[in-house]
Design a binder for this molecule. Sequence first.
Ligand SMILES: *[C@@H]1O[C@H](CO)[C@@H](O)[C@H](O)[C@H]1NC(C)=O
Ligand SMILES: *[C@@H]1O[C@H](CO)[C@@H](O)[C@H](O)[C@H]1NC(C)=O
Ligand SMILES: *[C@@H]1O[C@H](CO)[C@@H](O)[C@H](O)[C@H]1NC(C)=O
Ligand SMILES: *[C@@H]1O[C@H](CO)[C@@H](O)[C@H](O)[C@H]1NC(C)=O
Ligand SMILES: *[C@@H]1O[C@H](CO)[C@@H](O)[C@H](O)[C@H]1NC(C)=O
Length: 426
Amino acid sequence: MAAARRVLRWALAATAALAAALALDNGLARTPPMGWLHWERFLCGTDCAADPRRCVSERLFVEMADVMVAEGWRDAGYEFVCIDDCWMAPTRDERGRLQADPKRFPSGIRRLADYVHSRGLKLGIYSDVGNKTCAGFPGSYNHYDLDAQTFASWGVDLLKFDGCNSGTLELLAEGYRRMSLALNKTGRSIVYSCEWPFYLRPLQQPNYTEIKQYCNHWRNFFDVYDSWSSIKSILDWTALHQDSIVKIAGPGGWNDPDMLVIGNFGLSWDQAVTQMAMWAIMAAPLFMSNDLRRISPEAKWLLQNKETIAINQDPLGKQGYQITKDKNFELWERPLAGQAYAVAVLNQQEIGGPQNFTFPLTFLGNGLACNPACSVRQILPASRDWGVYSWVSSLSVEAFTTRSASTGTLNLQPNVTNTHHSITKR
Ligand SMILES: *[C@@H]1O[C@H](CO)[C@@H](O)[C@H](O)[C@H]1NC(C)=O
Ligand SMILES: *[C@@H]1O[C@H](CO)[C@@H](O)[C@H](O)[C@H]1NC(C)=O
Ligand SMILES: *[C@@H]1O[C@H](CO)[C@@H](O)[C@H](O)[C@H]1NC(C)=O
Ligand SMILES: *[C@@H]1O[C@H](CO)[C@@H](O)[C@H](O)[C@H]1NC(C)=O
Ligand SMILES: *[C@@H]1O[C@H](CO)[C@@H](O)[C@H](O)[C@H]1NC(C)=O
């Protein structure tokens, strides 16, 4: 048994080393980045006279930074405050540089970055690979170096680079590569968030080996919306494509299933639990898009759930995957550091009440996750110790339905005393 465990550990270590060698070499995003991004909740509000609290303006980002510090978001790990589309003036300045809309960002981005940094947070900004952004503001085409230098001179820490109006597939790929090199040339550490494979996919299979050499995370699929059908479509897409996308994820480069919409209007409680659990299993970047100034205590509890965040941020950096699907139930697992596993049971049935899904522990980790024994801890929807199980036993997990779907998340640790020898002998 100990021999089998050692082999498993070496295999994992080898995979991790390989992934690290291939990732964008900027030392960033060793675990999935966490923060807040304005798009899903605030879209392209530009009329600050009519809607001062919700327009895309420096006030919005200052208030969000303040609440992130005051309400424990920063301490929970959410460190980036990110601007999406619509921050710009309609034209570049007289020297060809991008500039913020002077009415909505009267102090300028440099001052906003200083403020965000003074709160112990980091600032993210947005641009586009083509001539125009998705909302029609100036894009970075033909200005990659200048825009990277501008962002670096402002003290920006993350760039979300969209792919609207990108012209040909060749220009799309070249633009993503050139902006990555331009960011590197500035000498400033800037996380590079791409949508390259999403814009490529309808026409061409993405080369993820290449994309990971240039990007810290990348979107594969449509924008998330504040609805269960959107979350469900992202999960279904991910399961369908897991053979090509799961293996490439690792420290420095992650698949990005888009923002967390927990705390808004569209998800039931069980659906919100499901998004949080599954984003942890998928090693997803955690960018909330909600109004942290007005959020329910329940949503806050879920988004700040330490054990779930610890799974998302697990240092082994392996993305989880679906291991089996049985009618409406899906069983997912994610290998964690220390030979542990995170497990999620997803109930996609949208009729009736809660149901239990029972499965043998040998389903997990190719039979090795709980071999010869493991301690099981439930994380969501509430945390509870389940005690020690031997590898021949089964688990029965209750997953809620009620016109929704939901997830029970478990954390399986090796029965530590029993396997002490093989864990510590490195
Ligand atoms: C730029 O890339 C080189 C190697 O490709 C790397 O060593 C360096 O840390 C990078 N610099 C930044 C600022 O990302
Ligand atoms: C941007 O516009 C210029 C001038 O019209 C054009 O030559 C170029 O191909 C455009 N770029 C993209 C990516 O569409
Ligand atoms: C994918 O990109 C990598 C790195 O640039 C390259 O070595 C490899 O040949 C490419 N694969 C395909 C199928 O084009
Ligand atoms: C259903 O699962 C829960 C744990 O989630 C467990 O406590 C309960 O005993 C199970 N019920 C049945 C009937 O197996
Ligand atoms: C877990 O480890 C303890 C201590 O070695 C042992 O007494 C117990 O039997 C183990 N449990 C199982 C189910 O193997």
